[in-house]
Design a protein around this ligand. Structure first.
Ligand code: ADP
Ligand code: MG
Length: 214
């Protein structure tokens, strides 16, 4: 039986793709067959740069259209880009593509878009997609001033939605952040899920506490 995880974040541009790719590599090193999925992307033409990064990390080759069913050129929120392109995002189609990937790998790592409540259509958000796929959620926290509020808001929203937050990741995107360790410790106390990894920009692969994924 394959399993999957849904990667969301405190914001856009805080390292969801960076962390998802590192997590895929960690699972591959452990001997699992892993494929990444970027169901909805915007701001690229031809292929999504996020999907390409996930593909490079993965050790399962799958159809690009399964990995990235929706790609919009306009670098705006997907619900606006989709309206412009007259291509509504259908969660059922994404779920079908997810099932195809799940048949080909032990683990599917799905990267959301924006944050937890980012709209995918006029009425459905990233949250609805995560619930539709029924996946446990990993929250990437971009460590910078203001992230405590964003992380705790996201955690509360995930919990209230009924989705299961299984872990969070401290992604150290601001080399000048003051009191980094104390901020991480604050979140370790405040989050209702364990810390999976502290990730920086160095060459060394981050150490994921994979046993905490349950
Ligand atoms: N831990 C990190 N160290 C250094 N650079 C990072 C780190 N995490 C992300 N980045 C860089 O920050 C930018 C945004 O990261 P990305 O993973 O694309 O964010 P998101 O997927 O949340 O939009 C990218 O240029 C990425 O290479
Ligand atoms: Mg991304």
């Amino acid at each position: 039986m394959s399993r999957g995880y849904f990667i969301t974040g405190t914001d856009t541009g805080i390292g969801k793709t960076w962390v998802a790719a590192a997590l895929i590599r960690a699972l591959v090193r452990r001997g699992e067959s892993v494929v990444g999925m970027k169901p909805v992307a915007s701001g690229d033409v031809g292929r999504s740069r996020d999907a390409e990064q996930l593909i490079r990390a993965s050790n399962v080759e799958a159809d690009y259209d399964d990995i990235n069913p929706y790609l919009f050129a306009e670098p705006v929120s997907p619900h606006l880009a989709a309206r412009q392109a007259q291509t509504p995002v259908e969660l059922a189609l994404i779920a079908e593509r997810y099932r195809r990937l799940a048949q080909q790998a032990d683990v599917v790592i799905v990267e959301g878009v924006g944050g937890w409540l980012a709209p995918l259509t006029e009425t459905r958000s990233v949250q609805a997609l995560a619930l539709k796929l029924g996946l446990p959620v990993i929250l990437v926290v971009g460590m910078r001033l203001g992230c405590l509020n964003h992380a705790l808001l996201a955690e509360q929203a995930i919990r209230q939605s009924g989705a299961r937050l299984v872990a969070w990741v401290a992604n150290c995107i601001d080399p000048d952040m003051l009191r980094l360790e104390e901020n991480i410790a604050t979140l370790e106390r405040g989050m209702a899920a364990p810390l999976l990894a502290t990730v920086d920009g160095g060459d060394a692969e981050p150490d994921f506490a994979l046993e905490r994924l349950g």
